[in-house]
Write a protein that binds this ligand. Structure first.
Ligand SMILES: [Zn+2]
Length: 313
């Protein structure tokens, strides 16, 4: 059994083919077969740029290419999962809106099913990443937790009983637009002082200036550069404000930090936990862990969605 997982981001599409082949070749579980999501192994990974001129056509072409590759490996794909950025209605399989790639109300589930001729599941990229952390990564065994992806923007996935909660119309988790500095810097959403205008990778780079990327700002802050230290410290303060509110509302047992900024590792986790502790006066803070799946979280989550289609069939 081979499954396709595809993660469509603003600049890059990432994909994986997963299946039992590697297990059989390694002789690890011959005859037993894959019984759980985590038993499936990555057979191949690929990425290609998001097609800015024709993003929907680009997704469908990439998915068709992956199906052809699965067939050439001797095991045709039986289902596909596709994780999308922006606002996603998982139930109807609709890409509702993404300002980043400029689509609106695209019936991507129907289009992909027609193109591939196999069952297809549609997910939201951050929620799908959170699902993968719940099944395969840092959230294993946690049950209820919050997955926070800090990259170009900031969004969260609320995982309840091991499954992402989409909200009533697919808008849950937009923590990046919680106001943490009233009257502060203008946000692309039209408001001011949103969390992601201070703490996203894009914001950290912009606030530091001089063309220094966020990861380098963090490195400079650790080396004691004053401006980088100020920008990074405020980003951490704002993240802690957002996560303190999240904690008070939801009482999660765990916060899993993902997205590009999670690579800051100890420079992120320790300072964030101490700031959370300082803000939560009458309760303990949740544990804060780093993603175990890194930038493959949404891809792996998409393969889990695909697998569950077959389980449900
Ligand atoms: Zn905003």
């Amino acid at each position: 059994m081979t499954l396709i997982g595809l993660d469509v981001g603003g600049t890059t599409m990432k994909a994986a083919l997963v299946g039992e082949g590697a297990l059989v070749r390694e002789g690890a579980r011959v005859g037993e077969g894959a019984r759980a999501d985590g038993d499936l192994q990555v057979l191949a990974s690929e990425s290609r740029p998001t097609d800015r001129a024709d993003p929907v056509g680009g997704v469908l072409d990439f998915a068709a290419h992956l199906a052809a590759r699965a067939a050439s490996l001797g095991s045709p794909a039986r289902a596909a999962g596709i994780a999308l950025l922006g606002i996603v209605d998982e139930a109807t399989g609709t890409a509702v809106h993404s300002a980043n790639v400029g689509w609106r109300d695209v019936p991507i589930l129907r289009l992909a099913r027609e193109r591939l001729g196999i069952p297809v599941a549609i997910g939201h990229d951050v929620r799908t990443g959170g699902l993968a952390e719940a099944v395969l990564g840092a959230g294993r065994g946690a049950g209820d937790f919050v997955f926070v992806a800090v990259g170009t923007g900031i969004a969260a996935a609320l995982i309840l009983n091991g499954a992402p909660y989409p909200g009533t119309v697919g808008w849950s988790g937009e923590i990046g637009h919680v106001v943490v500095r009233p009257g502060g810097e203008p946000c692309a959403c039209g408001n001011r002082g949103c969390l992601e205008t201070y703490a996203s990778a894009a914001a950290i780079a912009r606030r530091h200036g001089e063309g220094v990327p966020a990861e380098e700002v963090v490195a400079r802050a650790r080396r004691g550069e004053e401006k980088a230290g100020r920008v990074w410290s405020e980003a951490l303060d704002c993240l802690a404000d957002g996560l303190a509110a999240t904690t008070l509302l939801l009482d999660p047992g765990l916060v899993v930090m993902g997205g590009g900024l999670a690579r800051a590792g100890d420079a992120l986790l320790g300072p964030l936990e101490s700031r959370l502790t300082a803000r939560l006066k009458f309760r303990d803070p949740p544990r804060v862990l780093r993603t175990q799946l890194d930038d493959q979280a949404a891809v792996r989550g998409a393969t889990i969605l695909a697998r569950r289609l077959l389980d449900d069939a």
